[in-house]
Design a protein around this ligand. Structure first.
Ligand code: FA5
Length: 340
């Protein structure tokens, strides 16, 4: 019997030391210590042993039982630790790996220029106004003294919804809307920034583009004030040395009128695609507000005068950043935007 117990012990210890999974461990527990297990059966058969042997055998069997229980516990702990380590190994974060870069959003070049324009004119006392992009024919054309047979009114040049409603072709209608609201109070000194739409499409003309309208109405405003404001703007935007050039022009809502060019900083005046090989790029139209427009908007043209201008924001951005095709600004190409 003693020998049998020793055999059980040897076998159990060997098997237990080889176990690697909890399931196997449980099987061994049942095999040795369960109700029908080997130790249990030894203890049960005790009554068949000689009387004097029973205490020794009992003690030995119990000692073995305890030894196996202890080994089971030890093994269980060992297996659990090991599986935790494996899990940790699998889920471990390798802090030495290079990180995934998070790319930051940034402002579009037209937004950057818009903000700068607002700041420059705010410094001269011009407040910002807004007008609708979907405009009435009345404000876009009629109130601006643009006659019915003017080419801009042609379906080929403007986007119409109905004969009376269209996408505004310039920001000048805001002039009339602001004066109507404010008349007869003086002075009027506003800029209006926003999108405008035309049937245009080439390297310097986009079907949707942005304009800044400027308007100043007061007593004794002269053409020299207009020129001074525009020169100040050009130098703030492009540097102290910047030159501007005024060319006589025509707009039905200003008299006299001019177009203003900026010295082409892209080619340094030598001539390139942006400036159509002239060394100058037209950025705005301007003039003294036409007496008829003042009158329609509620001001007395015998008492007040005013100047107005309408500038292409993309043209300013192209010159400032050296962009040679306006379409790049609206291509939605992140490689382009990331450069600013
Ligand atoms: C006008 O739109 C007038 N309303 C400007 C004005 C306002 C004159 C107040 C007098 C008094 P014009 O069509 O020339 O004028 O356009 C003004 C500027 O917008 C141009 O000098 C140019 O810089 C820009 N521009 C015109 N068409 C486009 C286009 N398709 N894409 C980008 N910029 C354009």
């Amino acid at each position: 019997m003693i020998e049998k117990l020793e055999n059980i012990e040897n076998e159990a210890m060997e098997k237990l030391s080889q176990v690697e999974e909890l399931e196997e461990l449980e099987k061994l527990r049942v095999h040795y210590l369960g109700r029908k297990g080997e130790i249990t059966s030894v203890l049960r058969s005790m009554s068949q042993q000689p009387q004097e042997m029973r205490p020794v055998l009992g003690q030995k069997a119990n000692e073995l039982k305890e030894k196996i229980e202890e080994k089971l516990k030890e093994k269980e702990k060992e297996i659990e630790e090991k599986s935790k380590e494996l899990l940790w190994e699998k889920e471990r974060i390798d802090v030495t790996l290079p990180g995934k870069p998070v790319s930051l959003g940034r402002k579009h070049p037209v937004t950057l220029i818009t903000e700068e324009i607002k700041e420059i004119f705010a410094g001269l006392g011009f407040r910002s106004e807004e007008g609708p992009e979907i405009e009435l024919d009345y404000y876009n054309f009629e109130a601006l003294n643009i006659p019915v047979d003017h080419p801009a009114r042609d379906m080929q040049d403007s986007f119409y919804f109905t004969p009376e409603i269209l996408l505004r072709t310039h920001t000048s209608p805001v002039q009339v809307r602001v004066m109507e609201k404010q008349a007869p109070q003086l002075p009027v000194r506003i800029i209006a920034l926003g999108k405008v739409y035309r049937r245009d499409d080439d390297a310097t003309h986009s079907p949707m583009f942005q304009q800044v309208e400027g308007l100043a109405v007061d007593r004794n405003i002269t053409f020299a004030d207009l020129k001074g404001v525009l020169l100040h703007f050009a130098r703030e935007m492009f540097g102290e040395e910047q030159q501007i050039r005024l060319r006589p022009s025509f707009f039905p809502f200003t008299e006299p009128s001019a177009e203003v060019d900026i010295f082409c900083v892209i080619c340094g005046g030598e001539g390139c695609r942006v400036c159509s090989h002239t060394g100058w790029l037209e950025i705005l139209g301007a003039g003294m507000v036409h007496p008829r427009v003042l009158e329609i908007s509620g001001y007395n043209p015998r008492v007040v005068t005013g100047f107005a201008f309408g500038m292409g924001v993309e043209r300013v951005a192209m010159l400032k950043f050296g962009i040679n095709d306006i379409r790049l600004l609206y291509s939605n190409d992140l490689r382009m935007i990331k450069q600013f």
